[in-house]
Design a protein around this ligand. Structure first.
Ligand SMILES: N[C@@H](CCC(=O)N[C@@H](CS)C(=O)NCC(=O)O)C(=O)O
Length: 210
């Protein structure tokens, strides 16, 4: 059995989408980060960086924080969504790390400066908006020639998707990125993605442009 500590955010949804795709049983423990529940000692024992998501895999006797590490663990545990062949695995890992290192942190900065604190720092707004547009262009060019992000549908797709679902927060018009939009719509239509998106609470439908 797996315990999932999460909240209604892109990093949390990555893991709940994967768990739904895998069909693994799991227990959800909501951690309300707006109420500082991530600083509770019980949670810090599992996630010392005071951030969701985190899991406890009771079968394996391990607790893990950092969404990328959790996704690799679950993929390896089940032998799904992360190939073992060297080249195919490297492709998934590089796009997973692209999401963890850039397409996530940079978009989060846009949420902070542009959406939540407009006017606080115009240079920061410009810098992070520009980087966000660059990252979307990279993804769009890549998806122009690929159905999925890295070979078959994988944890790389599941890691990127919930961030694209916040496109209105980072002021991105998805119709300007037609290949991202095609890919995004395909994933938004998957039952497991829809179920995982609503963990730990119903957040309304996945936003999909017409
Ligand atoms: N690199 C981490 C980032 C996790 C993260 O930023 N979580 C946010 C919500 S999306 C959080 O828990 N924030 C609470 C806080 O910073 O106190 C991961 O991918 O797991």
């Amino acid at each position: 059995m797996i315990d999932l500590y999460t909240w209604t955010t892109p990093n949390g949804r990555k893991v709940s989408i994967l768990l739904e795709e895998l069909g693994l049983p799991y227990t959800v423990f909501p951690v309300h980060i707006g109420k500082d529940e991530q600083f509770a000692p019980d949670f810090l024992a599992i996630s010392p960086n005071n951030k969701i998501p985190a899991i406890v895999d009771h079968d394996a006797g391990v607790s893990i924080f950092e969404s990328g590490a959790i996704m690799v663990h679950l993929a390896e545990k089940t032998g799904r969504f992360l190939p073992t062949e060297t080249k195919a695995r490297a492709q998934v890992m590089q796009w997973l790390m692209w999401q963890m290192g850039g397409f996530g942190p940079m978009l989060g900065q846009v949420h902070y400066f542009v959406k939540n604190n407009p006017g606080l720092s115009p240079p920061a707004e410009e810098r992070f908006m520009k980087e966000t547009a660059r990252l979307y262009a990279v993804l769009d060019r890549h998806l122009a020639g690929n159905e999925h992000v890295a070979g078959d549908y994988s944890i790389a797709d599941m890691a990127i998707f919930p961030w694209v679902a916040r496109h209105d927060w980072h002021r991105i018009d998805l119709t300007h990125y037609p290949h991202v939009l095609r890919w995004y719509k395909a994933l938004a239509g998957r039952e497991a993605v829809q179920k995982g998106y609503q963990v730990p609470a119903d957040a309304g439908p996945i936003p999909v442009p017409a």
